[in-house]
Design a protein around this ligand. Structure first.
Ligand code: KIV
Ligand code: ZN
Length: 395
């Protein structure tokens, strides 16, 4: 049987905690509903002990969560925080207590400043406590913070993971808390953990400090990590978390069975941008305004010739797939060829032959050079009727 990725979304926790103005309950609920629309498999709804507002949001979202969607609140390895998390999410049908604790040599020596054996003991105690208070009703996730920075003490980290699993952790999450090194090295460490924990669910949670988070997460899936933690629009601390849309589309392209509602991706991306006040860059993969526009002659020719095929010469996937109804866009600039002339006029209801398009192209080009860029519909008509020597009418 082929393994399907389990998408665990952290927009409402990691994404929210990095916003200049964290979301209120109403805004969180809108994001939550869009995540349900997308049919994600798990949602981290917040950090319940961070504030009363976050506690209330976690508890409300847990109470309206559907049956099969896993719902978690984050806590540090601190008994009080674990208890608050449990109180906040226990109304969910599928609750999860998520505990994070640093594991890298650097973080242990510089942040925790305690001996290794104490780190191990604290991690085990935290998991045992979560197990005890939830009385078998919650799944337990342990995150080894700074896992990606644990090259020097990876043996200790793997042993710690084995011990937290014995204490009751169901999911072991491997964060690249700060992306510092090669995706390859992270993925090799993931492979090692997967081999050492044959009975557990291994998860990855990567950040995008060097811009390689999507690659790291995608390759981690192929190395055996089944749960993938991502955020809508790549929101999150610093350069953000791994972008949900990019990982989902990349895996889908690779033939992986991705169980999500792709058709609501674009709508969700726009909503999250609006609610966060963070604009989507024009060139952002998948969701950027301009990423299905084609302006050069060679590309326009390839797009037009393959537009009705499942694989487009210059498109990684069909924009329809993610709910971008406008599809591929071909526009005319001084770099465009006659295929663009034919295509654009056809979209406007005017059929021209190859020969006519060949004659029109230099006129369009002149118009484009004069207007300084992409021709709008009116300019297209003007250029067209200039050659035809007829009065300009639209439509
Ligand atoms: O980046 C990180 O290490 C985290 C953990 C809480 C998983 O967000
Ligand atoms: Zn994170």
């Amino acid at each position: 049987m082929k393994i399907k990725p389990f998408f665990y979304d952290v927009t409402l926790r990691d994404g929210n905690q990095a916003l200049k103005k964290p979301w209120n309950l109403e805004q969180k609920e809108k994001v939550f509903k869009t995540l349900l629309d997308i049919e994600v498999h798990g949602i981290e709804v917040g950090f319940a002990s961070a504030s009363e507002m976050d506690f209330n949001a976690c508890s409300h979202l847990a109470s309206i969560a559907p049956d099969k969607v896993s719902i978690s609140s984050l806590s540090r390895a601190n008994l009080k925080e674990i208890e608050i998390s449990w109180q906040a999410i226990q109304k969910a049908k599928c609750p999860r207590i998520h505990i994070v604790y640093p594991v890298s040599k650097f973080a242990i020596e510089n942040i925790l400043q305690i001996p290794y054996k104490e780190v191990l003991k604290n991690a085990i105690n935290a998991i045992s406590y979560a197990k005890k208070i939830s009385n078998g009703k919650a799944s337990i996730q342990f995150s080894g913070e700074h896992f990606g920075d644990s090259r020097e003490n990876v043996e200790f980290v793997i042993n710690l993971f084995q011990e937290v699993v014995k204490a009751g952790a169901d999911v072991v999450n491997l964060p690249n808390t700060v992306e510092r090194y090669r995706p390859f090295e992270f993925v090799e460490m993931v492979r090692l953990v997967v081999k050492s924990l044959p009975q557990s669910v291994v998860s990855v949670h990567t950040h995008n400090d060097l811009g390689m988070a999507t690659a790291t997460t995608v390759e981690s899936f192929f190395a055996g990590a089944v749960q993938l933690e991502t955020a809508l629009n790549g929101l999150g601390e610093r350069a953000g978390n791994t972008n949900f849309f990019e990982v989902a589309c990349a895996l889908q392209n690779c033939g992986v069975d991705v169980d999500l509602n792709f058709s609501s991706f674009y709508r969700s991306a726009k909503l999250v941008s609006e609610l966060s006040g963070i604009p989507i860059p024009e060139k952002a993969p998948i969701i950027g305004e301009d990423v299905f526009s084609h302006r050069s002659g060679i590309h326009q020719d390839g797009v037009a010739k393959t537009i009705h095929q499942s694989k487009n010469a210059y498109g990684a996937f069909n924009p329809d797939m993610i709910g971008r109804a406008e599809g591929h866009q071909i526009s005319f600039t001084s770099q465009s060829g006659r295929k663009a002339v034919q295509y654009i006029l056809k979209e406007m209801g005017i059929s021209v032959s190859e020969g006519e398009a060949k004659m029109l192209q230099p006129i369009f080009k002149q118009f484009s050079e004069k207007s300084g860029g992409e021709l709008n519909q009116e300019e297209i008509m003007e250029a067209y009727y200039f050659l035809k020597n007829e009065p300009k009418t639209l439509g």
